[in-house]
Design a protein around this ligand. Sequence first.
Ligand SMILES: NC(=O)C1=CN([C@@H]2O[C@H](COP(=O)(O)OP(=O)(O)OC[C@H]3O[C@@H](n4cnc5c(N)ncnc54)[C@H](O)[C@@H]3O)[C@@H](O)[C@H]2O)[C@@H](O)CC1
Ligand SMILES: [K+]
Length: 559
Amino acid sequence: MTELLTAAQMRAIEKAAIDAGEVTGLELMERAGQGVVDAIFEEWPALRRVGETHRAVVLCGPGNNGGDGFVVARLLKEAGWEVEVFLYGDPKKLPPDAKVNYERWGQTGVTIPLSEIRRSYYQGAGLVIDAFFGTGLARPLPLECSIPIRDAYINQDQPNGPRIVALDVPSGLCADSGFFLHDDDDGRNWIGCHLTVTFHQAKLGHYLERGLTLCARIIKADIGLPPIDRRWVRGKGFVPPLPVALLSSDEKQLAGLGNRLGKAKHKHHKYSHGHALILSGGVGKGGAARLAARGALRIGAGAVTLGAPPAALIENAAQLNAIMLTAFKDADSLTETLQDKRINALCLGPGLGLGAREKELIVAALDQRSPGLDPGPQTQAARRGPGSSPGLRPIVLDADVLTHLAQDDTLFGKLHAKCILTPHAGEFARLFPDFAEKLNAPATKGPAYSKVDATRDAAKRAGCVVLFKGPDTVIADPSGRCSINASVYERSAPWLATAGSGDVLAGFITGLLARGFQPMQAAETGAWLHTECALGFGPGLIAEDIPEELPKVFQKLGV
Ligand SMILES: NC(=O)C1=CN([C@@H]2O[C@H](COP(=O)(O)OP(=O)(O)OC[C@H]3O[C@@H](n4cnc5c(N)ncnc54)[C@H](O)[C@@H]3O)[C@@H](O)[C@H]2O)[C@@H](O)CC1
Ligand SMILES: [K+]
């Protein structure tokens, strides 16, 4: 699984390697610069052609990111390029490794103060290297630095206009939060780069908020640091926060997922695959719940029942076949139905309604305790995991239920370890106004409060898994375990933002809970599969298509 790092974690990993005598800072800087040049030539092979004149403008800052810039300048020059280097800051104040590389560069080229840069420098330049700031940016990007990069962008429209390559992060981006650090409106139209080359591991900011658009594309350069876990285990003088996992399509992750999803194959009757109950709204309001139910069924719940108010039964019956249907007049009838211990996962929220009856249904669902509850096929895992409190039914709480929870503290207090909340940004702000306020405050200092921080805080307060939706969906549990399912870069699926898509996601997660997945696992797997379905289908997708794409995704996973 890919881990995403904070700037502090990255610094700690580097420091541990340097302190252990495995590598020097200078060697790391050299490898970083080499990694950038290799990535550039791999990305744009035409820039490697010999016999042609190539020009680069390298923009260096006052820290080690600037040091990487000096290495890139030297290596490009050695490869026959014409290179102009500009420095923001005083060369005398450069940190030691950056200073060495400034001086090495000085043996073959000159360094011009940034104040002397003019737009004309970009003419005929094939490359602009953004080495102003990396993981050390703690304050807003100075205007003196943002203007030259914006000018480079203006020139990109010219024939052979420059490609802008950001070292580690596009300057201005907070590596921990993905926010663009600014103290006025200047950051709003910031464009970023064409390619970001990061070192060792991707950072959180590459996969959150503005990072999703500013980084353009991400290449990881291996600078020979050991994998993250060795450092955690050895604990070289620091206590790291839990790393954040990126749900990606790497092979190891796919194999694990395929295994997990394949486990239920050998059970032989429908109830051994779990039974999900999805509650629907009233007359004319059942579409969202039907989408969720379809998602739960397709993802492999053995049986799915839709619970509707009596008046909406006929309407739902006309649209459902494999999905069973039952009537709930009130909360008592729900409590009665929940005596059936085979029902091992619930979904409340999509199209449910905001009235008093619905609120009672939520209370009934959250209050129920059923000691003999069938935990589903993955019994062993279900007994072990953190959300494994016996007698509690896993419940996905979405949409209207989130509004109920936001309005009623007593209701919120009933949340338990087997609940999963799935808010989008608006619902999150209603449920957790204080965290949302911190998250939405203008980011002027790094590291800024991030969506990861907000989701972890929310999960802790709610005492259950929170899945905070978006193109950067963040999932956290109360222990701090956290992952990001980002539908960006090679997994970009903007067509997933379509009406009813969230209802299907709620259904996916409910179906996985019915199959015995732990809440965190169910949320992660559901979110990952949701994106994969959208990628498989492509543009033109509507919510109904998402569950129908699952069989193909399963086939690819070997399930
Ligand atoms: N040995 C290492 O530590 C390595 C570092 N690497 C590079 O080093 C970068 C991190 O270097 P640094 O920690 O020096 O940080 P940066 O190079 O990102 O810059 C931070 C420097 O600028 C100052 N600063 C922060 N915000 C400012 C602002 N708004 N205006 C003016 N000055 C500001 C800081 O005080 C610091 O001196 C990484 O992103 C990566 O590019 C790589 O070379 C790999 C090895
Ligand atoms: K940079």
